[in-house]
Design a protein around this ligand. Structure first.
Ligand SMILES: N[C@@H](CCSC[C@H]1O[C@@H](n2cnc3c(=O)[nH]cnc32)[C@H](O)[C@@H]1O)C(=O)O
Ligand SMILES: [Zn+2]
Length: 435
């Protein structure tokens, strides 16, 4: 039987420049948007026997896209706050993560998945290990994901090889799985945790598998200085020389960039995942987002993990992306609201190689959408809903979520995940790790 449903009397923020706001209807057939139009749905649509959804009092928009994170680290939320990146990583995160079992990753990722669905994210990128357990959560939750086994190369050669083989094996087993909802990338964790020859091997493997590359880059000033000391060049030139940018790639953070580096990223078509909350919390700095956008770089948004955020609400990243760059540049026109919303949707899709699949409400694209309830004081007056979504809304306003035409959240009830069980198991996993 075909999966058919039809939203009537809705307000659709499409992110499609041809028709940005549609007051009307949206039809879904199986996993895709089959039609979208103003006013009443045509009789042919209604005759198809679709399940009807009353869209009154709700705004519909493409599901949000989180382009950088480490879901399982939700288990470490609030464990080590108010520290600098290197101290936080080396003395707090890595010792705890060394104890993570596959089950810990499963429950940590499950709690993250529940949080993401409840705050309107439909696609997320996850860089971690025990990735088969992350993929399991993606299968069960119904989310769309780009998964990547991040590798840290500060280890003996045989361990490096084992990690790379794990990443290759994961890619071979999971790329295109979960009904096509899982895509895979290859990830050297960062230029400061992977020796150059190891990065080259990871790049070669990515090329052979035809997969994009992802990495952390130029997150802190200290990282850039260390890179210059160790390799004689800044991280962008370093990674460029190692071939990382000679195919599709997405870098997280990119906080400390020169004009020349911005030009090079634009020229190579490197996408950037901007993580404003994480960068503020770890005092890493503020990325030069207005300049990146002006240069034509695709800039999307990521939460990073709940251990440096400390939530996974992408509405916060959208709002902060719109506010932060005004504050630091003294220019109130920097990153206007519609651009911030594009960063959280359509540019997210582009960053992940999912352009033309998701990130926009348009017939033919995947039915990945969310609704936001507007019968609340902070959505009055009913004027510019893009402004309200960016400057006034939060993830708690999300009512419904669909991915691939399948409903994951209905009136804030999770349909695919057992929230109570997950909370219990995630807490138990944390208690055991801390013991
Ligand atoms: N455990 C794997 C690497 C996992 S990749 C994910 C890693 O990214 C780390 N991480 C999380 N947030 C950040 C960040 O903001 N910058 C750099 N690394 C981070 C996280 O602690 C985790 O170790 C190995 O040994 O090869
Ligand atoms: Zn990260």
């Amino acid at each position: 039987m075909k999966n058919r449903w039809l939203i009537e009397n809705g307000t659709f923020i499409t992110m499609d420049p041809q028709q940005p706001v549609v007051e009307g209807w949206l039809a879904v057939e199986n996993d895709r948007i089959a039609g979208l139009g103003t006013g009443q749905a045509p009789d042919e649509e209604r005759k198809l026997g679709a399940e009807l959804v009353d869209g009154r009092g709700k705004l519909y928009l493409p599901g949000l896209i989180n382009t950088h994170g480490h879901a399982a680290m939700s288990l470490l939320r609030g464990l080590a706050d108010d520290l600098r990146l290197q101290d936080w990583l080396e003395n707090h995160m890595w010792p705890m993560e060394a104890k993570f079992t596959g089950d810990d990753v499963y429950w940590g990722t499950s709690i993250a998945a529940a949080e993401m669905i409840l705050s309107g994210t439909t696609t997320f990128l996850d860089m971690y290990d025990h990735m088969d357990r992350v993929a399991e959560v993606v299968e069960q939750s119904g989310l769309r994901a780009v998964l990547t086994r991040g590798v840290i190369g500060l280890c003996p050669p045989d361990v490096q090889t084992a990690k790379l083989n794990d990443a290759i094996g994961f890619a071979k087993s999971w790329h295109g799985q979960a009904g096509g909802r899982i895509r895979v990338m290859m990830s050297p964790h960062a230029p400061y945790t992977c020796p150059p020859d190891y990065i080259e091997r990871i790049v070669a493997a990515a090329r052979e598998l035809g997969l994009p590359l992802h990495t952390h880059m130029s997150e802190t000033a200290a990282e850039v200085a260390q890179n210059v000391k160790d390799y004689g060049v800044r991280p962008v030139e370093h990674l460029d020389r190692l071939g990382l940018f000679s195919g599709p790639s997405l870098v997280a953070h990119a906080v400390h960039l020169t004009d020349e580096e911005i030009a090079l990223l634009a020229e190579r078509g490197v996408a950037v995942s901007h993580n404003p909350v994480s960068n503020l919390k770890l005092a890493s700095g503020v990325a030069r987002v207005p300049e990146l956008l002006k240069a034509g770089v695709t800039v999307s948004l990521g939460t990073d993990s709940a251990a440096s955020n400390n939530n996974l609400d992408l509405f916060e990243e959208i709002r902060l992306a719109a506010l932060l760059h005004k504050g630091v540049t003294g220019d109130p026109t920097a990153v206007p609201a519609p651009e911030a919303l594009r960063m959280g949707t359509v540019y997210g899709a582009k960053s992940l190689g999912l352009e033309g699949e998701t990130g926009v409400l348009q017939p033919g694209l995947k039915a990945d959408l969310i609704s936001v309830r507007t019968n609340k004081p902070h959505f009055v007056p009913a004027t510019d809903y893009v402004s309200h979504l960016v400057y006034a809304a939060s993830g708690a306003d999300v009512a419904d979520v669909w991915v691939d035409g399948k409903q994951l959240l209905r009136e804030r009830q999770l349909l695919t995940l057992d929230a109570e069980r997950i909370r219990f198991e995630a807490q138990r996993a944390f208690d055991r790790l801390r013991a």
